[in-house]
Design a protein around this ligand. Structure first.
Ligand code: NDP
Length: 278
């Protein structure tokens, strides 16, 4: 990809540790190029102990904005000038814009997931949703699903963390119920794996697949077809992996920085190419 860097180029970055495997530079630089925008997206590895200095650096170097990934997503929330309601609820920020030294934080993961559902013609309105997991991703999708679904069941290995998310989601929807164990799964329309089970080869499935029926809609937030998604496909379920969420969280961040409607097909193509080559 040839990009013209000149004295007016605005820098956008990704801060995290590690960040070298990120597909975000491919996705955003393809988008900037296709629209002729003079921005450049680069990765910036920032060790945990350097995060506060890095934020000062964003101001000092007049970097336009950054994406934030692990391990900084939660830490930065206390270091910004303003954080939107969604990011505050989730307790994590994945996008920052620098407005003349005033750093504003957002979290585009939950909206990204909802956009991916919309594209896949999956409507959670008045549906019963079963979420597995209570980490940052579960909090992000839960925030939006609680505002649409008729009922949410939530299971998490660490009960305390799960119960905290249930308590928080109850502020948005009183029908949020904690599931104590997976010996029997609750009656639901949509099952979502928001845990990291499936990221590593050899991980167990997030639940016993005997519970899945062909009329379940099964989602996994991991970017590729996990063994869980594959078993659901074999059962005849409609399925959705996390690639669309990754795409749309990026597209929404792009809009925060540029104020321009993102060229979604260009971003999708760059992401698919990147995923194919990893
Ligand atoms: P967190 O580290 O915040 O949370 C991890 C979650 O997975 C917790 O609920 C944790 O449970 C659970 N978990 C981890 N290991 C196990 C295990 N061995 N058995 C049972 N449960 C386990 O991570 P995130 O919430 O940020 O990410 C979760 C997943 O979502 C990841 O796979 C990530 O790739 C994906 N993701 C996808 C995005 C996208 O754009 N598509 C965006 C963000 C995340 P416990 O509390 O008990 O430890």
């Amino acid at each position: 990809m040839i990009m013209l860097i000149n004295a007016k180029t605005r820098i956008i970055g990704l801060i995290g540790y590690p960040v070298e495997h990120s597909l975000s530079p491919k996705m955003h630089n393809a988008a900037f190029q296709s629209l002729g925008l003079n921005y450049c997206y680069v990765v910036m590895p920032v060790a945990p102990e350097d995060i506060s200095e890095a934020l000062k650096g964003i101001r000092a170097l007049n970097i336009l904005g950054v994406n934030v990934t692990m391990p900084h997503k939660q830490t930065v929330i206390h270091m910004l000038n303003k954080v939107d309601d969604e990011a505050r609820f989730i307790g994590a920020v994945n996008t920052i814009i620098n407005e003349n030294g005033f750093l504003k934080g957002f979290n585009t993961d939950g909206r990204g997931f909802m956009e991916s559902l919309r594209e896949a013609v999956i409507d959670p309105l008045h549906k019963v949703v079963f979420i597995i997991g209570a980490g940052g991703a579960a909090r992000a999708v839960g925030y939006y699903l609680a505002q649409k679904a008729s009922k949410i069941y939530l299971y998490n290995r660490n009960q305390q963390r799960g119960l905290k998310l249930v308590q928080d989601l109850k502020k948005l929807n009183e029908n949020v119920i904690f599931v104590e164990n997976l010996s029997k799964i609750p009656e639901s329309d949509i099952v979502i794996n928001a845990s990291s089970l499936g990221l590593k080869a050899g991980d167990p499935l997030p639940l016993n697949p005997d519970f899945l029926r062909g009329d379940h809609i099964v989602c996994d937030l991991i970017y590729w077809d996990t063994p869980f998604i594959n078993v659901a496909k074999r059962k005849g379920c409609k399925t959705l992996n996390g690639q669309g969420m990754l795409l749309w969280q990026g597209a929404l961040a792009f809009e925060v920085w540029t104020g321009v409607t993102p060229p979604i097909d260009v971003m999708r193509e760059a992401l698919e190419k990147g995923l194919g080559s990893t």
